[in-house]
Design a protein around this ligand. Sequence first.
Ligand code: ZN
Length: 265
Amino acid sequence: MSSNAPWLPSAGAATETAGGGGNGEPSHESQVIVDPNDPRLTSEPLDVAVDKDAYAQPVPLPDRVWRAKLKLEGIKRDNGERVDFEAAQTNKTPILPYYHTGISASIIDPTGAFDGITVYPAFGGRVSTLLRRDKSSTVATVLSKLTRADGKPYVTLGMRLSQQDWIHLLLQALAGEPECGVETQWEWTCAVCTKELTDLRNAGKSDKYPVSIRGMNRFPAQQDKQKRAAGILYDPEMQCQVNKAHAFSRAFPKIVRFLSLAELK
Ligand SMILES: [Zn+2]
């Protein structure tokens, strides 16, 4: 299980390889005494790329289909406890119970540029056993894209399981961190609107969700010449359209579709 929280969508082990903004700064809690005259400090010239900005935000993953490794994130409760999954219920009639959990995908990119970046499913990073109007469920859809170690599918047409059996089957499948395909798309919402509307919804005063924009080609053209030259054609920063005082928020890549390895070819 990764320590990356679902609400930190771009946090990944390899953000440093994705164009700067590295998170590999040493911990200040370290107790190790380092010799200030270590020859690695005093004698070896550093190969610093002085034209790069160490404070630049990493470039979001471009919209496309990737091979990825699926992982269970589970759910972090308010008291800090982490559980593999939990029961919840719909907030509108008909009130229906279901199980849900958080999952993530770690991108496999042989070029190295985006390798190891963690992405989360759209709509909150959760998958659930709740039946949608077309009788699909996000848990069953993810499972249908995975195969067991012996090559057999987890899901067969017409199979009937309780919600508990579905969530247990998902946990069983994710235990091996299986590979599959994921299609990612930039998703933007105003951070301030999101916070305000979440507070109102939690207080039962509104059922509104913030305006969201999906797809990198709906973002402003990248003005930075260096970034354009590197193939980064869009700028993930966009201003709030509802209230200019909310200023700019940033798009994050989200999983909008799961694919089997066979569909990836
Ligand atoms: Zn806003």
